[in-house]
Design a protein around this ligand. Structure first.
Ligand SMILES: Nc1ncnc2c1ncn2[C@@H]1O[C@H](COP(=O)(O)OP(=O)(O)OP(=O)(O)O)[C@@H](O)[C@H]1O
Ligand SMILES: [Mg+2]
Length: 452
């Protein structure tokens, strides 16, 4: 049964940068209030003013590419390349955090006053305040770099479980903000979050795989037979991720329905490209969950779900980009120079075809809205008790979800992950028969091989 989770909008009060939150409402996150005279009970050590936030938020967001993330070379990095990675990370993150703080402040006051949203706001202010001391200087010592990596780890940890909070907060505020406004905010917020998290995780991964460093010297060689450059697998095989996700989804499907449809993979199962494995795991898990649920609920569990993998012709005959083939920039400065354009970016398209009856025309326009779900009302999100099980389904990008559906975040968030590096998701529904979902992924072009 269809279920629209938000009602019409009645917001009138907005949160200007200089307004104090009533401490009664914000007691839960008082420890995170930082610096500005507008924010009472600030910890003495942390300072961040409205002006600083506004200045950073006025700067444009750098749109992250896969090439950005591998530009420092394959690990172990030299000390110089590691500093370059840290400074590049530092050049991006404060602006990203300030943009989100500004966007949260622009929500209706009553929405930001919700304890779940307020906590997320506090997390962003906290993270920005921990980064600002580094912004005034470049990272040029191993000691600074190590401390900075700890700050990155804190940032990742602080924001690791924020999606359930956001979902719950907006559920609770559904009387005060329209579904369209929520989707607009969440889409922008979650897309920026994907990149922010990735930037921080990439530096942490490069740091860990490059240690120990001797000051001024080149890092010691280590066993780098892997195709990984930090969190990116430069030779990722989608077929392997699909099999891995299938196992997980089959198990939760059998637990819920007592049956599990089979999955067949055909086309070009050997196709490979550079991607972030955790992103692909998230997307595939969500698409398989939808396909499994539809297939079983339509009584077609004997019909296999067909997954077809196709690599774009431009990849045929060209050598895959390997970790060894990625050259580091010649100087920290050259890390900031734009890469040449590339006509031969490898693309892989994955079609997931199910016989689950398709999507009815009245439901189809809503499927990309955050929080739209047709999952049974008895099992879907109950605002009063918060349905933790459903909230856990979106708690991370690693596919650690424990139920087959429930929140209506699978498709829009999956599409946000796919589009992050230029891919996408489109859906073709044959109402009464089944659904084809096309997931398009873009890897790294050959230009990454030519950096000098
Ligand atoms: N393969 C499919 N076949 C039929 N209907 C589908 C299919 N994929 C998605 N849908 C419809 O689109 C709706 C939204 O999908 P989405 O994945 O965003 O949310 P959900 O599956 O309901 O919950 P969540 O993914 O957050 O656990 C679903 O509730 C379902 O009605
Ligand atoms: Mg889903």
């Amino acid at each position: 049964m269809s279920r629209q989770s938000f009602t019409s909008c009645t917001p009138s009060i907005r949160l200007p940068g200089t307004l104090s939150f009533p401490s009664r409402t914000f007691s839960a996150c008082a420890r995170l209030r930082i610096g500005s005279p507008a924010w009472p009970k600030q910890p003495a050590a942390a300072t961040i003013s409205d002006n600083q936030i506004a200045t950073l938020a006025a700067k444009p967001l750098h749109s992250l590419t896969l090439a950005d993330l591998v530009r420092h070379g394959n690990p172990p990095l030299s000390t110089e390349a590691l500093f370059s990675s840290a400074n590049f990370t530092l050049s991006l993150l404060p602006i990203r955090l300030a943009h989100r703080i500004q966007a949260l402040r622009n929500l209706p006051f009553i929405v930001v006053s919700n304890p779940h949203i307020a906590r997320i706001y506090g997390n962003y202010v906290h993270s920005l305040s921990t980064l600002l001391p580094y912004q005034e200087r470049r990272i040029t010592t191993l000691e600074d770099e190590s401390r900075f990596t700890e700050v990155m780890a804190d940032l990742v940890q602080t924001h690791s479980n924020t999606i359930p909070g956001l979902a719950r907060g907006f559920m609770e505020c559904r009387k005060y903000i329209s579904p369209a406004e929520v989707t607009k905010f969440l889409d922008e917020h979650l897309r920026t979050r994907i990149g922010t998290r990735l930037i921080a995780e990439q530096h942490i991964a490069l740091h860990l795989s490059s240690h120990p460093h001797s000051p001024g010297g080149v890092s010691p060689t280590s066993n780098v037979s892997s195709t990984h450059v930090g969190v990116i697998d430069t030779a990722l095989r989608p077929a392997e991720i699909i099999r891995h996700c299938e196992t997980f989804v089959s198990e939760i499907c059998e637990l819920k329905y007592g049956v599990r449809p089979t999955v067949i993979i055909n086309g070009q199962p050997d196709a490979q490209l550079a991607q972030v494995p955790t992103h692909l795991e998230y997307i595939i898990t969500e698409l398989l969950k939808n396909a499994f649920r539809a297939t079983v609920e339509h009584g077609q569990e004997r019909e296999p779900i067909e997954v077809t993998i196709a690599a774009s012709p431009s990849t045929t005959g060209s050598p895959p980009v390997t970790a060894e083939s990625i050259k580091p920039p010649q100087s920290p400065e050259s890390a900031g120079s734009p890469l040449t354009s590339d006509e031969s970016i490898p693309c892989v398209t994955i079609r997931i075809r199910d016989r689950g009856g398709g999507i009815s025309p009245d439901i189809l326009p809503n499927i990309w809205a955050y929080s739209f779900t047709t999952f049974g009302e008895d099992e879907a999100m109950d605002v009063s008790n918060g349905n933790l099980d459903a909230l856990n389904t979106i708690s991370g990008a690693g596919g650690d979800s424990s139920s087959l559906a429930g929140l209506g975040y699978g498709l829009p968030l999956g599409r946000a992950y796919a589009e992050h590096f230029g891919g996408g998701i489109t859906i073709q529904s044959m109402w009464g028969w089944g659904t084809d979902v096309y997931l398009n992924l873009r890897g790294l072009g050959k230009n990454i091989l030519v950096t000098d």
